[in-house]
Design a protein around this ligand. Structure first.
Ligand code: BG6
Length: 479
């Protein structure tokens, strides 16, 4: 049997796309609370001031805040061993700058962790998943401001101490490498002080993005070291968006271009987090882009002392890289870039479906770091049809997941140390890239629509019963 007997099967969510209750019990507003809805063809907008009559989908999302008992019972019914979720920073520190945490926010996650415990489900907590307190955007231009490191460390200390007996697995930043691409300016770095407009029109400043990333590296390393010193029972992980890339042809120029893009997008951040220092190849990239990272004395030491215990990543798709300006057929994907692969089909949102790419990526990552790994996001965003009897026949989703799990099995046979698998949006949530509800990933359908209507009722899709069987047989039965 390829998967170990304690393999962590489960599902993934993030507070900003799932919880709703955006201003309940003292919560402050975070970047996604300032984001409007959008679609595949028209980008969502970020607005500095709240606009009357505009829909901000993260605000209600699919309301885990008031449905957590029902949802955790559904997860337990599928047999989850692990539940990936994030803590919403602004529930704990509404502006990010308070000296003391908000007790009502802390109490909410106590209830969630206790509920998970009832079913022996292990929480896997992302500390910051695309929801920087908006006040930090306006005060410091998000992560560009070095001051945000202290705010993050204070937040981590508060949640570590409070949940030390309830949470063992922590991820410091969701898809930290999002900051290497322009979209990361909004999603992960919040370097959008004063900006109002479509998210793809944020003026791109690589210097600002990479300086912001440096601050995230320092913040991550500081709290990992702190956790190792004070809570030896904790396991501290990174989380990277793994955007697998292939050379478009065997022309050595394409191969070199591919290597370059792989390094910037996929390896740079995790090299820092897993090895504890900046890789040498990044110097040339910085030089070519005119980027100068301002480091403070002691930063190198901090990075060295705060490396991760396990490596986690999201995997949805792959793309190709080319040095040939004539090849222009772009691959879809929110952050990923690259050109289309003629051998692959794409989802309705243009994301190229590539199960073998997951096996390839797992092997590449394992060879590089030799750290235990978890695939903490994977899945198919698709249009679902709710039938009159409340069923959803999502065979396309089952196909996608079945093929990816089959490739994970191959990777385990290849020798990869894989700890677990949490497919994305196991219950329908708001899309991060477009703000849509129509782009659904879940095993559970939530009655909620792009115009903001819906009674939030939960319904089991066909994939729910399929995944229940997969978990029940520890991945043996995939049909
Ligand atoms: C990852 C994010 O990029 O992909 C999630 O960590 C996100 O937050 C997921 O939801 C799927 O992307 P999307 O845009 O389809 O929601």
């Amino acid at each position: 049997m390829p998967f170990s007997k304690d393999f962590l099967w489960g599902g993934a969510t993030a507070a900003n796309q799932y919880e709703g209750a955006w201003n309940a019990d003292g919560k402050g507003d975070s970047v996604p609370d300032h984001c409007t809805n959008g679609s595949h063809t028209s980008p969502k907008r970020v607005t500095r001031e709240f606009e009357e009559g505009t829909l901000y989908p993260s605000r209600e999302a699919t309301d885990f805040y008031h449905h957590y008992k029902e949802d955790i019972a559904l997860a337990a019914e599928m047999g989850f061993k692990v539940f990936r979720m994030s803590i919403n920073w602004t529930r704990i520190f509404p502006t990010g700058m308070e000296a003391e945490p908000n007790e009502a926010g802390l109490a909410f996650y106590d209830k969630v962790f206790d509920e998970l415990k009832k079913y022996s489900i292990e929480p896997l907590v992302t500390i910051s998943h695309y929801e920087l307190p908006y006040a930090l955007v306006e005060k410091y231009n998000g992560w560009y401001g070095r001051e945000v490191i202290d705010c993050y460390v204070r937040y981590c200390k508060a949640i570590f101490e409070r949940y030390k007996d309830k949470v063992k697995y922590w991820l410091t930043f969701n898809e930290i490498n999002a900051g290497t691409a322009p979209m990361g300016a909004v999603l992960s770095l919040g370097v959008i002080k004063g900006f109002t407009g479509p998210v793809n029109k944020v003026p791109d400043e690589p210097q600002v993005r990479f300086q912001g990333l440096h601050h995230q590296f320092i913040a991550s390393a500081l709290v990992i070291k702190y956790a190792h010193d004070n809570y030896p029972q904790f396991k501290m992980g990174n989380m990277s968006l793994f955007a697998t890339k292939y050379p478009h042809t065997c022309n050595p120029r394409d191969v070199l271009e591919c290597q370059k893009q792989m390094r910037i997008m996929n390896w740079f951040c995790s090299d820092v987090q897993a090895r504890g220092y900046y890789p040498t190849y990044i110097d040339r990239f910085f030089k070519e882009k005119g980027i100068e990272i301002k480091k403070e004395p002691g930063d190198d030491e901090i990075l060295k002392n705060g490396t991760i215990d396990f490596y986690t990543f999201s995997y949805y798709m792959s793309s190709c890289e080319t040095a040939d300006p004539e090849v222009t057929a772009k691959a879809g994907g929110n952050l990923i870039g690259g050109v289309a692969n003629p051998y692959l089909k794409a989802s309705d949102w243009g994301w190229q479906i590539d199960p073998e790419g997951l096996r390839y990526s797992l092997n590449e990552i394992w060879d590089r770091y030799q750290l235990p790994m978890m695939v903490v996001e994977n899945g198919l965003g698709a249009y679902d049809k709710l039938e009159e009897d409340g069923s959803v026949h999502d065979s396309y989703r089952i196909d996608y997941l079945r093929q990816h799990i089959a490739q994970m099995k191959e990777a385990v046979e290849d020798g990869v140390d894989l700890m677990g698998y949490t497919p994305w949006g196991w219950i329908d949530v708001v899309s991060a890239s477009t703000g849509e509800m129509a782009k659904r990933y879940g095993f559970v359908y939530v009655d909620k629509y792009d115009d903001g209507t819906g009674d939030l009722a939960r319904r089991r899709k066909d994939s729910f019963f399929w995944y229940q069987k997969v978990i029940g047989t520890n991945g043996e039965e995939l049909c």
